[in-house]
Design a protein around this ligand. Sequence first.
Ligand SMILES: CSCCC(=O)C(=O)COP(=O)(O)O
Ligand code: MG
Length: 225
Amino acid sequence: MIKAIVTDIEGTTSSIDFVHESLFPYARKHMRQFLRDNAGDERVQLELHEVEKVEGEDLSLDDAAEVLERWIAEDRKYTPLKALQGMIWAQGYAAGELKGHVYPDTPDYLRRWHQAGLSLFVYSSGSVEAQQLIFGHSQAGDLRPLFSGYFDTRVGAKREVDAYRRIAERVELAPDSILFLSDIGAELDAAQAAGFQTCQLLRDDKAVPAEGHRQARDFSEVILG
Ligand SMILES: CSCCC(=O)C(=O)COP(=O)(O)O
Ligand SMILES: [Mg+2]
């Protein structure tokens, strides 16, 4: 019996276009100035140190901005990039320049599943801060009360089986009582190898169908159990 749902964001609750055509360009546009304005901030300094570790060398602020801009263009899922993007998006949401996209069925089904007693969790490459922002400032209002917790790449990369084992431990549920929703076959394969139930979201014709997983065109087609 399914007791919890863990959902991906991009391509699952929210559109890939919103992430790639609004969020990423916003972070890219503001990265350099954000680093200059916040160079004294401890959280920013910690993440810049992590950027240096990935690059294997000391970086000036402008060099770091260049690296981060390149990582955004390459859609890297590095944890320090994701943390800094979250901080930049926080400013965009607060200024009303960003509004979190969710598919029309997303709020309705999140509410139904929540009311049915399921615990809902998010697992995205976007930082926990970024996840709370997209759902806190969604086009359908503040959806955060529906979620019991959030996981990002600090728990592991989304294509690693161990990440799902850790999530199951953290939520204190048997893996086979958790349903993972994602659009990406490799993420679903990893979750399934950890014992999760899985369902692939095929939101549009750009989605690549994966074998060995249930499939749904939107949340109304997701089968629980
Ligand atoms: C939290 S919204 C931004 C998502 C993001 O930064 C990203 O890279 C997409 O990751 P996902 O794991 O949701 O596909
Ligand atoms: Mg996705």
